[in-house]
Design a protein. Sequence first.
Length: 430
Amino acid sequence: MSALLDSLAAGFDTLPSRDAAGLGGARRAALDAAMRDGLPHARVEAWKYTPLRALERRTFEAVEIAPTIDSALLEAIPSPRIVFVNGRYHEAGSDIEGLPAGITLQRLSNVLDDGEADAASFMQRSYDRSDEVFARLNAALATEGIVLRVEANRQPAESVHLVFLGSGDASDQAWHFRHLIELGDGASLNVVEHQLMASEHRHFANSIMQVQLGKGAHLSHARLQDESAGATLIHRTDAVVGEDAEYRRIDLELGAGLSRHELNVVLLGERSHVHANGVLLADGKRHLDTRLGIDHAGRDSTCELVWRGIGSGRSRAVFHGGIQIRQGADGSDAMLSNKNLLLSEGAEIDTQPVLVIHADEVQAAHGATVGQLDPTAMFYLRSRGLPTEQARQILTAAFCRETLSVLEDTGMRDAALVRLDHALERSIPA
Protein backbone atom coordinates (compact mmCIF):
# COMPACT_ATOMS: atom_id res chain seq x y z
CA MET A 1 0.00 0.00 0.00
CA SER A 2 1.27 3.48 -0.81
CA ALA A 3 2.26 5.96 1.88
CA LEU A 4 0.10 8.55 0.10
CA LEU A 5 -3.12 6.54 0.29
CA ASP A 6 -2.46 5.49 3.88
CA SER A 7 -1.97 9.09 4.98
CA LEU A 8 -5.09 10.33 3.18
CA ALA A 9 -7.27 7.52 4.50
CA ALA A 10 -6.10 8.02 8.09
CA GLY A 11 -8.55 10.85 8.72
CA PHE A 12 -11.65 9.13 7.37
CA ASP A 13 -13.06 7.97 10.72
CA THR A 14 -12.95 11.51 12.15
CA LEU A 15 -14.18 13.23 8.98
CA PRO A 16 -16.63 16.07 9.73
CA SER A 17 -20.16 15.36 8.44
CA ARG A 18 -18.97 12.00 7.14
CA ASP A 19 -22.43 10.44 7.29
CA ALA A 20 -24.41 13.63 6.55
CA ALA A 21 -27.10 13.68 3.85
CA GLY A 22 -27.07 9.89 3.73
CA LEU A 23 -23.58 9.77 2.21
CA GLY A 24 -21.89 7.56 4.79
CA GLY A 25 -22.24 4.29 2.90
CA ALA A 26 -21.20 5.78 -0.45
CA ARG A 27 -18.16 7.42 1.16
CA ARG A 28 -17.01 4.16 2.73
CA ALA A 29 -17.47 2.27 -0.55
CA ALA A 30 -15.46 4.90 -2.46
CA LEU A 31 -12.60 4.77 0.05
CA ASP A 32 -12.53 0.97 0.04
CA ALA A 33 -12.39 0.94 -3.77
CA ALA A 34 -9.52 3.45 -3.81
CA MET A 35 -7.51 1.50 -1.26
CA ARG A 36 -8.20 -1.79 -3.02
CA ASP A 37 -7.10 -0.70 -6.52
CA GLY A 38 -4.33 1.69 -5.47
CA LEU A 39 -2.72 4.36 -7.62
CA PRO A 40 -2.63 3.84 -11.40
CA HIS A 41 0.74 2.76 -12.81
CA ALA A 42 2.49 3.61 -16.05
CA ARG A 43 0.81 0.74 -17.94
CA VAL A 44 -2.60 2.41 -17.44
CA GLU A 45 -3.15 4.36 -20.66
CA ALA A 46 -4.74 7.41 -19.00
CA TRP A 47 -1.68 7.81 -16.75
CA LYS A 48 0.99 6.70 -19.21
CA TYR A 49 2.76 10.07 -19.33
CA THR A 50 2.27 11.07 -15.69
CA PRO A 51 4.03 8.62 -13.35
CA LEU A 52 3.02 8.81 -9.70
CA ARG A 53 5.97 7.03 -8.07
CA ALA A 54 7.29 10.13 -6.29
CA LEU A 55 3.82 11.21 -5.13
CA GLU A 56 3.06 7.68 -3.94
CA ARG A 57 5.88 7.89 -1.36
CA ARG A 58 4.72 11.19 0.16
CA THR A 59 2.47 11.68 3.18
CA PHE A 60 0.07 14.51 3.99
CA GLU A 61 -1.87 15.70 7.00
CA ALA A 62 -5.43 16.97 7.14
CA VAL A 63 -5.84 20.74 7.47
CA GLU A 64 -7.02 21.85 10.91
CA ILE A 65 -7.44 25.62 10.48
CA ALA A 66 -6.91 28.12 7.69
CA PRO A 67 -3.66 30.10 8.10
CA THR A 68 -3.66 33.86 8.00
CA ILE A 69 -2.81 35.51 4.68
CA ASP A 70 -1.85 38.97 3.49
CA SER A 71 -5.09 40.76 2.56
CA ALA A 72 -3.23 42.47 -0.30
CA LEU A 73 -3.40 39.17 -2.21
CA LEU A 74 -7.12 39.71 -2.73
CA GLU A 75 -7.10 43.39 -3.70
CA ALA A 76 -7.14 42.65 -7.42
CA ILE A 77 -10.01 40.14 -7.14
CA PRO A 78 -13.39 41.91 -7.09
CA SER A 79 -16.54 40.91 -5.25
CA PRO A 80 -18.63 38.89 -5.06
CA ARG A 81 -15.96 36.38 -4.08
CA ILE A 82 -15.61 33.41 -1.78
CA VAL A 83 -12.15 32.49 -0.50
CA PHE A 84 -10.60 29.28 0.80
CA VAL A 85 -7.06 28.94 2.15
CA ASN A 86 -5.52 25.45 2.38
CA GLY A 87 -8.95 23.95 1.90
CA ARG A 88 -10.62 25.96 4.69
CA TYR A 89 -13.12 28.80 4.35
CA HIS A 90 -11.54 32.22 4.84
CA GLU A 91 -14.29 34.46 6.16
CA ALA A 92 -12.23 37.65 6.35
CA GLY A 93 -11.30 37.49 2.67
CA SER A 94 -14.74 36.50 1.38
CA ASP A 95 -17.36 39.02 0.31
CA ILE A 96 -20.67 37.74 -1.07
CA GLU A 97 -22.91 40.53 0.18
CA GLY A 98 -23.30 41.86 -3.35
CA LEU A 99 -24.37 38.54 -4.85
CA PRO A 100 -26.98 39.25 -7.56
CA ALA A 101 -30.58 38.20 -7.02
CA GLY A 102 -31.42 34.69 -8.19
CA ILE A 103 -28.01 33.26 -7.29
CA THR A 104 -27.30 31.11 -4.25
CA LEU A 105 -23.71 30.50 -3.21
CA GLN A 106 -23.21 28.07 -0.34
CA ARG A 107 -20.30 26.25 1.19
CA LEU A 108 -20.50 22.49 0.82
CA SER A 109 -19.93 22.10 4.57
CA ASN A 110 -23.11 24.10 5.24
CA VAL A 111 -25.08 22.00 2.76
CA LEU A 112 -23.89 18.84 4.50
CA ASP A 113 -24.67 20.25 7.95
CA ASP A 114 -28.26 20.89 6.80
CA GLY A 115 -28.47 17.17 6.04
CA GLU A 116 -30.88 17.44 3.11
CA ALA A 117 -30.24 14.55 0.74
CA ASP A 118 -31.61 16.36 -2.34
CA ALA A 119 -29.29 19.35 -1.93
CA ALA A 120 -26.26 17.04 -1.74
CA SER A 121 -27.45 14.48 -4.28
CA PHE A 122 -24.68 15.44 -6.73
CA MET A 123 -22.21 13.82 -4.32
CA GLN A 124 -23.84 10.42 -4.77
CA ARG A 125 -22.03 9.82 -8.04
CA SER A 126 -19.82 6.73 -8.08
CA TYR A 127 -16.59 6.25 -10.03
CA ASP A 128 -16.28 2.75 -11.43
CA ARG A 129 -12.99 2.72 -13.32
CA SER A 130 -10.00 1.51 -11.33
CA ASP A 131 -7.86 4.43 -12.58
CA GLU A 132 -10.28 6.98 -11.06
CA VAL A 133 -8.58 6.70 -7.69
CA PHE A 134 -8.44 10.44 -7.03
CA ALA A 135 -12.14 10.85 -7.87
CA ARG A 136 -12.88 8.02 -5.43
CA LEU A 137 -10.78 9.68 -2.74
CA ASN A 138 -12.66 12.90 -3.36
CA ALA A 139 -16.02 11.14 -3.07
CA ALA A 140 -14.87 9.65 0.24
CA LEU A 141 -13.13 12.63 1.83
CA ALA A 142 -14.53 15.92 0.45
CA THR A 143 -16.41 17.98 3.03
CA GLU A 144 -15.82 21.49 1.66
CA GLY A 145 -16.32 23.35 -1.59
CA ILE A 146 -18.88 25.61 -3.20
CA VAL A 147 -22.45 24.98 -4.34
CA LEU A 148 -23.44 27.68 -6.82
CA ARG A 149 -26.94 27.69 -8.30
CA VAL A 150 -28.59 30.20 -10.68
CA GLU A 151 -32.35 30.34 -11.07
CA ALA A 152 -33.94 29.98 -14.50
CA ASN A 153 -33.73 33.03 -16.76
CA ARG A 154 -31.44 34.98 -14.39
CA GLN A 155 -28.65 36.72 -16.29
CA PRO A 156 -26.51 38.79 -13.90
CA ALA A 157 -23.78 40.98 -15.37
CA GLU A 158 -21.39 40.53 -12.40
CA SER A 159 -18.78 37.78 -12.39
CA VAL A 160 -18.56 35.46 -9.41
CA HIS A 161 -15.01 34.81 -8.19
CA LEU A 162 -14.00 31.53 -6.55
CA VAL A 163 -10.61 31.85 -4.85
CA PHE A 164 -8.51 28.90 -3.68
CA LEU A 165 -5.18 29.78 -2.10
CA GLY A 166 -2.36 27.54 -0.95
CA SER A 167 -0.17 28.81 1.88
CA GLY A 168 3.03 27.46 3.41
CA ASP A 169 2.84 25.65 6.74
CA ALA A 170 5.01 23.50 8.96
CA SER A 171 3.72 20.26 7.42
CA ASP A 172 2.58 19.03 4.03
CA GLN A 173 -1.21 19.19 4.03
CA ALA A 174 -3.98 17.77 1.85
CA TRP A 175 -7.52 18.86 1.15
CA HIS A 176 -10.37 17.64 -1.05
CA PHE A 177 -12.86 20.04 -2.67
CA ARG A 178 -16.20 19.14 -4.25
CA HIS A 179 -17.96 21.87 -6.21
CA LEU A 180 -21.24 22.25 -8.09
CA ILE A 181 -22.24 24.96 -10.58
CA GLU A 182 -25.83 24.58 -11.74
CA LEU A 183 -27.62 26.94 -14.15
CA GLY A 184 -31.36 26.74 -14.72
CA ASP A 185 -33.03 27.04 -18.11
CA GLY A 186 -32.18 30.31 -19.83
CA ALA A 187 -29.75 31.41 -17.10
CA SER A 188 -26.27 32.82 -17.69
CA LEU A 189 -23.25 33.43 -15.47
CA ASN A 190 -19.58 34.42 -15.58
CA VAL A 191 -17.31 32.54 -13.15
CA VAL A 192 -13.60 33.14 -12.53
CA GLU A 193 -11.82 30.37 -10.63
CA HIS A 194 -8.50 31.47 -9.08
CA GLN A 195 -6.10 28.72 -7.94
CA LEU A 196 -3.17 30.70 -6.57
CA MET A 197 -0.47 30.61 -3.92
CA ALA A 198 -0.39 32.83 -0.85
CA SER A 199 3.16 31.60 -0.18
CA GLU A 200 5.43 28.77 -1.26
CA HIS A 201 4.24 25.32 -0.17
CA ARG A 202 4.20 21.61 -1.02
CA HIS A 203 0.56 20.78 -0.28
CA PHE A 204 -1.80 18.43 -2.17
CA ALA A 205 -5.22 19.53 -3.47
CA ASN A 206 -7.76 17.13 -4.98
CA SER A 207 -10.84 18.78 -6.51
CA ILE A 208 -13.91 17.88 -8.56
CA MET A 209 -16.09 20.51 -10.21
CA GLN A 210 -19.50 19.39 -11.50
CA VAL A 211 -21.26 21.68 -14.00
CA GLN A 212 -24.90 21.32 -15.07
CA LEU A 213 -26.39 23.64 -17.70
CA GLY A 214 -30.12 23.67 -18.36
CA LYS A 215 -31.86 24.40 -21.65
CA GLY A 216 -30.55 27.59 -23.23
CA ALA A 217 -28.14 28.32 -20.35
CA HIS A 218 -24.79 30.04 -20.92
CA LEU A 219 -21.75 29.68 -18.65
CA SER A 220 -18.48 31.50 -19.21
CA HIS A 221 -15.78 30.01 -16.97
CA ALA A 222 -12.13 31.02 -16.58
CA ARG A 223 -9.80 28.89 -14.47
CA LEU A 224 -6.51 30.62 -13.65
CA GLN A 225 -4.07 28.16 -12.08
CA ASP A 226 -0.82 29.72 -10.85
CA GLU A 227 0.08 27.72 -7.78
CA SER A 228 3.36 27.19 -5.94
CA ALA A 229 6.13 25.32 -7.77
CA GLY A 230 6.00 22.64 -5.07
CA ALA A 231 2.23 22.12 -5.09
CA THR A 232 0.44 19.00 -6.35
CA LEU A 233 -2.98 19.61 -7.94
CA ILE A 234 -5.39 16.95 -9.15
CA HIS A 235 -8.45 18.62 -10.67
CA ARG A 236 -11.42 17.20 -12.54
CA THR A 237 -14.31 18.99 -14.25
CA ASP A 238 -17.44 17.05 -15.28
CA ALA A 239 -19.95 19.10 -17.28
CA VAL A 240 -23.33 18.25 -18.80
CA VAL A 241 -24.64 20.74 -21.38
CA GLY A 242 -28.35 20.81 -22.15
CA GLU A 243 -30.31 21.72 -25.26
CA ASP A 244 -29.27 25.02 -26.89
CA ALA A 245 -26.89 25.64 -23.95
CA GLU A 246 -23.32 26.90 -24.27
CA TYR A 247 -20.28 26.31 -22.09
CA ARG A 248 -17.30 28.61 -22.75
CA ARG A 249 -14.15 28.22 -20.70
CA ILE A 250 -10.43 28.77 -20.60
CA ASP A 251 -7.82 27.02 -18.49
CA LEU A 252 -4.50 28.73 -17.89
CA GLU A 253 -2.14 26.15 -16.41
CA LEU A 254 0.71 28.37 -15.27
CA GLY A 255 1.97 26.93 -12.00
CA ALA A 256 2.30 23.95 -9.61
CA GLY A 257 4.95 21.27 -9.58
CA LEU A 258 2.49 18.58 -10.71
CA SER A 259 -0.90 19.57 -12.10
CA ARG A 260 -3.38 17.26 -13.78
CA HIS A 261 -6.77 18.36 -15.06
CA GLU A 262 -9.43 16.16 -16.62
CA LEU A 263 -12.10 18.14 -18.47
CA ASN A 264 -15.06 15.93 -19.35
CA VAL A 265 -17.99 17.50 -21.20
CA VAL A 266 -21.15 15.69 -22.32
CA LEU A 267 -23.03 17.62 -25.01
CA LEU A 268 -26.32 16.03 -24.08
CA GLY A 269 -28.89 18.30 -25.68
CA GLU A 270 -29.52 19.17 -29.29
CA ARG A 271 -27.52 22.19 -30.49
CA SER A 272 -25.42 22.20 -27.31
CA HIS A 273 -22.00 23.78 -27.60
CA VAL A 274 -18.67 23.84 -25.78
CA HIS A 275 -15.80 26.18 -26.63
CA ALA A 276 -12.86 25.29 -24.38
CA ASN A 277 -9.41 26.82 -24.84
CA GLY A 278 -6.29 26.59 -22.73
CA VAL A 279 -2.58 27.21 -22.22
CA LEU A 280 -0.05 24.82 -20.69
CA LEU A 281 2.97 26.83 -19.59
CA ALA A 282 5.53 24.26 -18.48
CA ASP A 283 8.79 25.76 -17.27
CA GLY A 284 11.46 24.79 -14.77
CA LYS A 285 10.66 21.22 -13.68
CA ARG A 286 6.87 21.49 -13.86
CA HIS A 287 4.74 18.57 -15.02
CA LEU A 288 1.41 19.71 -16.50
CA ASP A 289 -1.10 17.12 -17.72
CA THR A 290 -4.47 17.97 -19.33
CA ARG A 291 -6.99 15.43 -20.63
CA LEU A 292 -10.06 16.48 -22.59
CA GLY A 293 -13.01 14.13 -23.03
CA ILE A 294 -15.73 15.70 -25.20
CA ASP A 295 -18.78 13.48 -25.73
CA HIS A 296 -21.23 14.49 -28.47
CA ALA A 297 -24.56 12.87 -27.55
CA GLY A 298 -27.05 15.42 -28.93
CA ARG A 299 -27.76 16.16 -32.58
CA ASP A 300 -26.14 19.24 -34.11
CA SER A 301 -23.86 19.68 -31.09
CA THR A 302 -20.57 21.51 -31.59
CA CYS A 303 -17.20 21.81 -29.90
CA GLU A 304 -14.26 24.15 -30.51
CA LEU A 305 -11.01 23.37 -28.69
CA VAL A 306 -7.91 25.57 -29.08
CA TRP A 307 -4.96 24.68 -26.84
CA ARG A 308 -1.41 25.98 -26.76
CA GLY A 309 1.56 24.44 -24.95
CA ILE A 310 5.01 25.74 -24.10
CA GLY A 311 7.88 23.65 -22.77
CA SER A 312 11.10 25.13 -21.40
CA GLY A 313 13.77 24.17 -18.88
CA ARG A 314 13.37 20.50 -17.89
CA SER A 315 9.59 20.55 -17.82
CA ARG A 316 7.01 18.24 -19.34
CA ALA A 317 3.59 19.09 -20.80
CA VAL A 318 1.08 16.36 -21.60
CA PHE A 319 -2.09 16.90 -23.62
CA HIS A 320 -4.79 14.40 -24.56
CA GLY A 321 -7.65 15.73 -26.67
CA GLY A 322 -10.39 13.12 -26.92
CA ILE A 323 -13.58 13.68 -28.94
CA GLN A 324 -16.33 11.09 -29.30
CA ILE A 325 -19.40 11.51 -31.52
CA ARG A 326 -22.02 8.99 -30.48
CA GLN A 327 -24.41 7.13 -32.72
CA GLY A 328 -27.41 9.37 -33.34
CA ALA A 329 -25.48 12.63 -32.84
CA ASP A 330 -25.84 13.49 -36.52
CA GLY A 331 -24.93 17.01 -37.57
CA SER A 332 -22.21 17.33 -34.94
CA ASP A 333 -19.28 19.63 -35.65
CA ALA A 334 -15.99 19.13 -33.76
CA MET A 335 -12.68 20.98 -34.04
CA LEU A 336 -9.49 20.52 -32.03
CA SER A 337 -6.23 22.41 -32.45
CA ASN A 338 -3.24 21.78 -30.21
CA LYS A 339 -0.03 23.64 -31.09
CA ASN A 340 3.09 23.51 -28.94
CA LEU A 341 6.44 25.30 -28.68
CA LEU A 342 9.60 23.67 -27.38
CA LEU A 343 11.93 26.38 -26.11
CA SER A 344 14.72 24.19 -24.68
CA GLU A 345 16.34 20.83 -25.37
CA GLY A 346 15.53 19.50 -21.90
CA ALA A 347 11.76 20.02 -22.14
CA GLU A 348 9.26 17.44 -23.40
CA ILE A 349 5.76 17.77 -24.84
CA ASP A 350 3.47 14.79 -25.46
CA THR A 351 0.26 15.40 -27.41
CA GLN A 352 -2.39 12.89 -28.37
CA PRO A 353 -5.47 13.96 -30.37
CA VAL A 354 -8.17 11.26 -30.56
CA LEU A 355 -11.34 11.33 -32.67
CA VAL A 356 -13.95 8.55 -32.54
CA ILE A 357 -17.04 8.86 -34.75
CA HIS A 358 -20.14 6.63 -34.63
CA ALA A 359 -22.53 8.95 -36.50
CA ASP A 360 -23.16 10.10 -40.05
CA GLU A 361 -23.27 13.58 -41.53
CA VAL A 362 -20.72 15.10 -39.16
CA GLN A 363 -17.81 17.48 -39.56
CA ALA A 364 -14.71 16.80 -37.48
CA ALA A 365 -11.09 17.88 -37.61
CA HIS A 366 -8.16 17.68 -35.26
CA GLY A 367 -4.51 18.57 -35.43
CA ALA A 368 -1.47 18.71 -33.18
CA THR A 369 2.00 20.14 -33.75
CA VAL A 370 5.20 20.46 -31.76
CA GLY A 371 7.87 22.85 -32.99
CA GLN A 372 9.99 25.88 -32.27
CA LEU A 373 9.58 29.61 -32.78
CA ASP A 374 9.39 30.65 -36.43
CA PRO A 375 12.95 31.69 -37.41
CA THR A 376 11.56 34.09 -40.02
CA ALA A 377 9.50 35.91 -37.40
CA MET A 378 12.51 35.96 -35.07
CA PHE A 379 14.69 37.42 -37.84
CA TYR A 380 12.07 40.09 -38.58
CA LEU A 381 11.96 41.26 -34.95
CA ARG A 382 15.74 41.03 -34.52
CA SER A 383 16.28 43.06 -37.71
CA ARG A 384 14.28 45.85 -36.14
CA GLY A 385 16.57 46.07 -33.16
CA LEU A 386 14.87 43.85 -30.60
CA PRO A 387 17.13 41.69 -28.41
CA THR A 388 16.74 37.93 -28.86
CA GLU A 389 15.03 37.31 -25.51
CA GLN A 390 12.56 40.15 -26.00
CA ALA A 391 11.70 38.84 -29.46
CA ARG A 392 11.13 35.38 -27.99
CA GLN A 393 8.84 36.85 -25.36
CA ILE A 394 6.76 38.81 -27.89
CA LEU A 395 6.26 35.80 -30.17
CA THR A 396 5.46 33.48 -27.29
CA ALA A 397 2.90 35.90 -25.83
CA ALA A 398 1.16 36.24 -29.21
CA PHE A 399 1.12 32.44 -29.53
CA CYS A 400 -0.68 32.06 -26.18
CA ARG A 401 -3.00 35.07 -26.28
CA GLU A 402 -4.95 33.59 -29.19
CA THR A 403 -6.74 31.32 -26.71
CA LEU A 404 -8.24 34.25 -24.77
CA SER A 405 -10.74 34.96 -27.55
CA VAL A 406 -13.05 32.38 -25.94
CA LEU A 407 -13.91 34.91 -23.21
CA GLU A 408 -16.57 37.32 -24.38
CA ASP A 409 -16.61 39.36 -21.15
CA THR A 410 -13.86 41.99 -21.28
CA GLY A 411 -13.34 41.98 -17.50
CA MET A 412 -12.73 38.23 -17.47
CA ARG A 413 -10.46 38.48 -20.50
CA ASP A 414 -8.41 41.28 -18.94
CA ALA A 415 -7.97 39.31 -15.70
CA ALA A 416 -6.80 36.26 -17.64
CA LEU A 417 -4.44 38.38 -19.76
CA VAL A 418 -2.78 39.94 -16.72
CA ARG A 419 -2.21 36.53 -15.15
CA LEU A 420 -0.92 35.05 -18.41
CA ASP A 421 1.47 37.91 -19.16
CA HIS A 422 2.85 37.82 -15.61
CA ALA A 423 3.58 34.11 -15.92
CA LEU A 424 5.21 34.56 -19.32
CA GLU A 425 7.45 37.34 -18.02
CA ARG A 426 8.48 35.09 -15.15
CA SER A 427 9.15 32.09 -17.35
CA ILE A 428 10.63 33.78 -20.42
CA PRO A 429 12.38 36.93 -19.17
CA ALA A 430 13.10 39.63 -21.71
